[in-house]
Design a protein around this ligand. Structure first.
Ligand code: PLP
Length: 282
């Protein structure tokens, strides 16, 4: 498969990344993961908008217009003939002699993107997944989709070591989000989720799910809830680009509801599925 390197689509072997790339040395950059369904780039507009918003927040200049970025992504997907999968895209602040402060303005950012064939996690979507609580030790700008993911990496590893699929992070008693997902609880016909602020990533799938809530008649309250409240929810869900509307059936070994995918979850999954593009749209 070919790689997008800055504005060129080239063979993998031709990509050259400097050992002093600031992404490599400092995690100084931003990224996106976008899903491809039946050769359509799902919610492309939202993902590219968020990429540029993340760039702005760290004063990183992406030397292409959004239109050019969309075109390059489409060209890559077309070149690689991706039908169902994802595109990973990152921009770093470029390569220059190691120093913490920004390099001089002539140092250009470095863009890389590649595609991968993936399939939907259908088994987990039906059976649900196990989660565990992990203290949220990340910084206070979790709204930026930054390459600095060490807190998320450690949280996910802790979950995996406990035979769980996801870590539900919390600051004190308050649940923020998963290590690579947003988290929701449903109780008595109301869906609760952490408000969009500096403590969580404003998930694109989260936005899609809130639309789905309106469609299925599920009330939404964007308010944080506690670990104790989470355990008492009728249903719990996590979401991300790759995991869609994923039921959480237990936390730290305690069943949520009856320990099976809940009824509202099924309705949201059906509404989500309706939004999946089915035909070739390139
Ligand atoms: N929160 C974190 C920390 C993430 O890394 C992700 C994405 O992987 C999400 C939330 C979900 O975001 P999205 O739905 O845009 O994929």
């Amino acid at each position: 498969a070919k790689i997008l390197w800055n504005n060129e689509i080239i063979n993998e072997e031709e990509v050259k990344i400097g050992y002093e790339d600031r992404g490599y040395q400092f995690g100084d950059g931003i990224y996106e993961v976008i899903k491809i369904y039946n050769s359509n780039v799902f919610t492309a507009e939202e993902h590219i908008d968020r990429l540029y918003a993340s760039a702005d927040k760290i004063q990183l200049v992406i030397p292409y217009t959004k239109d050019v970025m969309h075109k390059m992504i489409h060209d890559l997907i077309e070149t690689n003939e991706v039908e169902n999968g994802q595109i990973y895209l990152q921009v770093t602040r470029g390569t220059s002699p190691r120093q913490h402060n920004f390099p001089t303005p002539e140092v250009e950012s470095v863009l890389t993107a590649y595609t991968k064939e993936t399939s939907r996690p259908l088994t987990q979507l039906e059976n649900g997944v196990k989660a565990c609580f992990v203290e949220d030790i990340r910084w206070l700008r979790c709204d930026i989709k930054s390459l600095n993911l060490l807190g998320n990496v450690l949280a996910k590893q802790e979950a995996i070591s406990k035979d769980c699929y996801e870590a539900i992070q919390h600051r004190g008693e308050i649940i923020t989000e998963g290590s690579s997902s947003n988290v929701y609880g449903i109780k008595d016909g109301v869906l609760y989720t952490h408000p969009v602020n500096n403590l969580i990533l404003n998930g694109i799938t989260r936005k899609v799910i809130l639309d789905c809530c309106a469609e299925v008649g599920l009330e939404v309250v964007e308010e944080a809830f506690t670990k104790e409240q989470a355990l008492a929810m009728d249903e719990m869900i996590m979401s991300s680009t790759s995991t869609e509307v994923m039921p959480i059936i237990s936390i730290d070994g305690q069943h949520i509801g009856n320990g099976k995918r809940g009824e509202w979850t099924v309705k949201l999954q059906q509404a989500f599925e309706q939004k999946i593009p089915s035909s070739i749209g390139l």
